[in-house]
Design a protein around this ligand. Structure first.
Ligand SMILES: CC(C)(COP(=O)(O)OP(=O)(O)OC[C@H]1O[C@@H](n2cnc3c(N)ncnc32)[C@H](O)[C@@H]1OP(=O)(O)O)[C@@H](O)C(=O)NCCC(=O)NCCS
Length: 186
């Protein structure tokens, strides 16, 4: 198994992987299979656009040419939040789980965000998704909050935990990061 950054040519395999994940695990993702299936092919290629300055970068775990899993990271374009990266879209095909692909993907995403100068990383995980939360905890993330009713799945609501980690030793701690002055956090 090896991990590399995905490129636009990977878009069909990436699309198939993610649509299966959204369909099979509706509680785990905020995106729905229907919404994402409606995106044009170009959208998936755009998400995998090469370069250092793109809004997001996605990595894939492969067995030979076969895409086993993917995850990415992004950050906004506001200067005051440019140190914050966010991990998104973690999925491994069912047949390949439990062999370390998830951990290899998190490690690749963390290393790339760190190399790009990000100082912290957040992610959200559905409350009760123990496999995913244990994976993130193994990779250094700590739970910093829980948003009730974060996502509506049919008639039900699910809560989402936010997890956080430093990417470098001397980045600010969560207490310092909470010290905003306008109360909106935006
Ligand atoms: C969450 C998810 C990405 C994890 O992917 P994965 O490739 O199975 O992750 P890993 O293999 O690194 O770890 C999974 C388990 O396998 C174990 N494992 C990893 N390598 C192993 C090995 N060589 N031998 C035995 N066990 C191993 C890990 O310890 C872990 O065990 P745990 O669940 O008891 O903590 C995957 O389950 C998934 O796609 N789930 C559905 C979508 C989802 O929930 N996404 C997360 C959204 S936040």
């Amino acid at each position: 198994m090896h991990v590399r950054r995905l490129v636009p040519d990977d878009a069909p395999a990436y699309r198939a992987l993610m649509l299966d994940a959204y369909r099979d695990h509706p509680d785990a993702f905020t995106s729905s299979a229907e919404e994402r299936a409606a995106q044009p092919t170009d959208w998936w290629a755009w998400r995998l656009a090469p370069g250092d300055t793109v809004a997001q970068r996605v990595f894939g775990a492969f067995d030979g040419d076969l895409l086993l899993g993917a995850s990415g990271w992004s950050r906004g374009d506001r200067a005051k939040a440019a140190h914050r990266a966010e991990l998104f879209g973690m999925a491994v095909v069912a047949a390949a789980r439990g062999r370390g692909a998830g951990q290899a993907l998190v490690e690749a995403v963390v290393a790339d965000a760190r190399a790009a100068g990000a100082l912290t990383m957040t992610l959200t995980v559905t409350d009760g998704n123990g496999t995913a939360e244990r994976l993130y905890a193994r990779c250094g993330f700590v739970r910093i909050g829980l948003e009730p009713m974060a996502v509506r799945v049919g008639d039900a609501f699910v809560a989402k935990a936010t997890m956080w980690r430093r990417l470098v030793e001397d980045s600010p701690d969560p207490g310092a990061a909470r010290g905003g002055t306008d109360g909106t956090g935006r």
